[in-house]
Design a protein around this ligand. Structure first.
Ligand code: RNT
Ligand code: ZN
Length: 430
């Protein structure tokens, strides 16, 4: 690939420092404490989804087609083929992202030593290398049962399947996933957020939605029968509007899981791609937090449908970040990323999306207090004026400074690192 030498330009520390000083003054004049904002940003972990690294493939000996209404498109070289490769790629991405973060695993990323270990037989031992790797780096791990890409999910139903034996299989998988997650949380001294998402849904108009939903409740109750200390494990459930092949009705809809989470004391997972396109999860955060102590987000970007594009630094993401901060206690909101693009360099995909998430949180933390004050004074003209003017504030200088002090590349300099890694490592993978 021909590369433009301008991509290697590095900003000098002197420039970064000078711009930071000016930005600090500008924000200070608006009543914003920039140092405090950076301290708050440093305390917010983002959970990087391991599945961006291998196109949601997993490491089972018999790889199955993805299914479950999910689609990964693109054939950019360099997909991780083994857990070692995936961990090495994550290590590279983490070097380009400021702050301390987490890694989100799916059950089918266990290491099965070439053996066929079916989903109802996964055990904590299959994750011992992941645990050791995470411990060494001081990163937390999150977890997900994998209820798709499997012959027993081929007709689109798992926990709500009409056949009892199939439901039993998936209940066992989810139970074992929670055991694994609790083992992880205990070993790492940090609660493992474990998210149950199932694809179950009808392609065409169902004759009986009610029975399917009753089966899902029953199965979920069986999955969650055993309780674990919240310092090891936090359970989440993820609703969805529709998926490919499940266009008419998704069993685990928004109302289904909101009720379930409230009555069963689970975290609700809000995925940005799982609602009608005119709805935004940013508006849902404050409502849900009135009834649940903690929630999980799957930050994603749908383009025309739930396409799971890499998240960009745009209005939707800024609004999500703003609500995370504006609710008053960001620690109640677990931030996970959920996208998969196989058409670009996968390490770049992690880096772009995570840096965008963090940059958006920084913008939110730097919001001038005058905006809220205008609302309190019922001055909606000033509120809009200040909101719009604040878009032009020099947050970029604060971000650059943050990257510099955190020891990660400033600006687009990270791309040169990804290129170097591509030349040396991922580019050679077949
Ligand atoms: C699917 C859900 C789910 C998955 C991942 C792989 O629509 O968003 O969270 O994307 O678990
Ligand atoms: Zn999701």
């Amino acid at each position: 690939m021909a590369r433009d030498p301008r991509l290697l330009v590095k900003t000098s520390p002197k420039q970064i420092e000078a711009a930071w000083k000016l930005a600090k003054e500008r924000y200070g004049a608006l009543g914003v404490d920039v140092g405090k904002a950076l301290k708050s940003l440093r305390a917010i972990p983002v959970s990087l989804h391991c599945w961006q690294g291998d196109d949601v493939g997993g490491f089972e000996s018999h790889g199955n087609a993805i299914g479950g209404g999910l689609a990964v498109t693109g054939n950019y070289p360099g997909r991780a083929r083994t857990a070692d490769e995936l961990r090495a790629d994550l290590d590279q991405a983490l070097l380009l992202i400021p702050g301390s973060h987490r890694i989100n695993l799916h059950a089918f990323y266990g290491e099965f030593a070439g053996k066929k270990v079916d989903r109802d037989a996964v055990e904590p031992i299959h994750f011992k290398h992941w645990i050791a790797w995470a411990k060494e780096r001081g990163v937390g791990l999150d977890f997900n049962p994998s209820c798709f890409a499997h012959p027993k999910a081929a007709d689109g139903f798992t926990l709500a399947h009409p056949e009892k034996s199939i439901r039993k299989f998936w209940i066992e998988h989810c139970r074992r996933s929670r055991e694994i997650a609790a083992t992880i949380g205990k070993a790492l001294g940090s609660p493992c957020v474990t998210n149950v998402w199932v694809p179950d849904g009808f392609k065409d108009t169902p004759a009986d939605r009610m029975r399917a939903r009753e089966r899902l409740v029953e199965s979920l109750d069986a999955v969650f029968e055993k309780s674990f200390p919240p310092r090891y494990l936090l359970d989440a459930v993820e609703p969805k509007l529709f998926g490919i092949g499940a266009e008419a009705c998704t069993v685990g809809s928004a109302e289904f899981y909101l009720g379930y989470a409230i009555t069963r004391k689970k975290l609700l997972c809000l995925d940005a791609g799982h609602f009608h396109p005119t709805e935004t999860i940013s508006d849902k955060i404050s409502s849900v937090l009135l009834y649940l102590p903690e929630i999980l987000l799957h930050v994603s970007r749908g383009v025309r449908w739930d396409s799971d594009h890499v998240v960009t630094f745009a209005d939707d993401l800024l609004a999500i970040a703003r609500e995370i901060v504006a609710c008053g206690d960001p620690s109640r909101i677990h931030i996970g990323l959920d996208y998969f693009d196989a058409s670009i360099n996968r390490i770049a995909a992690w880096t772009i999306g995570t840096r965008n998430m963090l940059k958006s949180l920084l913008v939110a933390l730097l919001e001038p207090p005058g905006i809220r004050a205008a609302e309190v004074a019922n001055d909606t003209t000033a509120r809009l004026a200040l909101q719009e003017e604040s878009r032009g504030l020099p947050f970029g200088a604060v971000w650059d400074y943050y990257c510099e002090v955190e020891g990660v590349p400033v600006g687009e300099a990270w791309l040169a690192e990804v290129r170097r890694y591509e030349d040396q490592v991922t580019g050679g993978r077949k």
